[in-house]
Ligand binder design. Structure first.
Ligand code: HPA
Length: 241
């Protein structure tokens, strides 16, 4: 089956898809964590893979950066490939003083300066929220494992290089934890399509302290997080049976 941005056979993707921004990160996660990982998309080098995590089918696919790119892939996965659980696995820049490099932010809600959810919602403001059925098991498992996590509101920015000098102060004044670039779009499209979405983000830099992780630290952080997320989601499936 071909969509404008994904060339794959019907059924090539699992109902549960991890979505890192970087397609090479998708390859890294799939080949290290999944059994029998097979590449199921390579259009524009936006690699997607499907394999198994402890016997459960799972896909991992890059989304590119920003709401427009992420929305294209997520929409096609949902509409044409039967994907039902979209878990963004990304990084974020901390705004809140309590966050440290390497901490994990679970985006309960996603504010944004993007217009996509107003476009979806007749000009009104949508509360773009995570799915409880994903957030609850993932946040619980991360807390139990001793991972430093923060659950709250993130800001999905349209501009990485934003010229507004007071933006960070505005975000901090409304208790925004961190900045990233996709969650609000993903949550809006999940609401539109009645599917589940969650964004789980490693703090890769601190925007108010000028600190940043190395790329090896980012990779290690996202590998560990991917394994914890999959454990949490499928452990829940096992217990529910
Ligand atoms: N801005 C937007 N997205 C990000 C950042 C940032 O500073 N850091 C990691 N993802």
């Amino acid at each position: 089956m071909s969509t404008p941005h994904i060339e794959s056979r019907p059924g090539a993707f699992a109902p549960t898809v991890l979505l890192p921004g970087d397609p090479l990160r998708a390859e890294h996660i799939a080949t290290r964590l999944l059994e029998g990982a097979e590449r199921v998309n390579a259009v524009r080098n936006m690699f997607g893979f499907t394999g198994r995590w402890r016997g459960h089918p799972v896909s991992v696919m890059g989304t590119g950066m920003g709401i427009p790119s992420c929305s294209i892939y997520a929409t096609e996965l949902v509409r044409h490939f039967g994907v039902r659980r979209l878990i963004r696995l990304g990084t974020c820049g901390a705004v809140h003083g309590d966050l440290d490099l390497g901490d994990v932010v679970v985006a309960l809600g996603a504010s944004t300066d993007s217009g996509v959810n107003r476009t979806r919602f007749a000009g009104m403001d949508l509360a773009a929220t995570a799915s409880w059925s994903l957030l609850h098991p993932v946040a619980t498992a991360l807390m139990r494992s001793g991972t430093p996590i923060h659950v709250g509101n993130v800001f999905s920015a349209d501009l990485f290089y934003d010229p507004r000098p007071n933006l960070l102060e505005h975000l901090a004044s409304m208790n925004i934890l961190a900045v990233e670039m996709e969650a609000a779009g993903l949550y809006g499209l999940a609401a539109e399509h009645r599917v589940e979405a969650l964004a789980v983000l490693v703090v890769s830099d601190h925007l108010r302290r000028n600190e940043r992780m190395s790329s090896e630290e980012r990779q290690r952080g996202s590998d560990t997080l991917a394994a914890s997320i999959l454990d949490a989601l499928f452990d829940q499936a096992r217990r529910a049976r």
